[in-house]
Design a protein. Structure first.
Length: 222
């Protein structure tokens, strides 16, 4: 807020809809933040300082049914970069609570390993497999040699590298899953910067996936 003028900023909520006691946000703090930006001021705030929070805008939903109205039991492949993780955290926690039987695969791409928010929590969720929960977490780091990626031994490359070769069923994702991905068994959801979304959305197209990008949601349907 500048004087009496309110300057709005948009953030995705990462806490699940059943959490009624607080809102949780996933926000990146830059090492050299741009002066005057609201995100920078958040990290300087003190307890009990006032923030005006209007009602949520837009929608970013996962589809429970296919376009023909039948229940969608396909596995959900969630692809995101950076803080695009926020809405997916909300989804994942909600789906776990309601006992979804859909397999969930989460692909997270960041520049440095230290930017992998919720890393330990998501690894724990990935280890809790049972009849009502089948979750796979696949983080990847594009700058593994940086100081903030020290001791990283996981996947290397941008998030789209896990999907390269998918048109020939020769992707790292399919190797890890042990099966091919196609529109009959999978649906993609993307969240992140526009360049990543454009790059990733083109990869499964040869298999018959159709870009159904709309304001507030970006699934693919066959």
């Amino acid at each position: 807020m500048d004087g009496e003028e309110i300057t709005p900023r948009a953030y995705s909520i990462s806490s699940p809809p059943h959490e009624k006691n607080y809102y949780e946000f996933y926000i990146k703090h830059k090492e050299h933040p741009t002066l005057g930006k609201f995100t920078s001021s958040i990290f300087k705030m003190q307890l009990d300082e006032l923030v005006f929070l209007p009602p949520p805008h837009d929608v970013f939903t996962m589809e429970e049914k296919k376009p023909d109205g039948t229940l969608d039991a396909r596995q959900m492949i969630l692809v995101y970069s950076g803080t695009g993780l926020a809405p997916f955290m909300s989804y994942i926690l909600h789906l776990k609570k309601i006992g979804t039987r859909n397999k969930i695969i989460l692909l997270h791409g960041v520049s440095f390993a230290k930017e992998l928010g919720y890393l330990e929590f998501l690894e724990k969720l990935s280890s809790e497999k049972n009849d009502l929960w089948d979750f796979t977490y696949l983080p990847t780091v594009s700058r593994p040699d940086g100081k903030l990626s020290e001791n990283w031994t996981g996947n290397v490359g941008r998030v789209e590298s896990i999907l390269l070769g998918i048109e020939k069923h020769d992707s790292k994702l399919e190797t890890i899953l042990g099966k091919s991905v196609d529109p009959n068994n999978s649906i993609f959801y993307l969240c992140g910067y526009k360049g990543m979304i454009d790059d990733v959305s083109s990869l499964p197209s040869p298999l018959g996936f159709v870009d159904n990008r709309q304001k507030g949601r970006a699934p693919f349907y066959e």
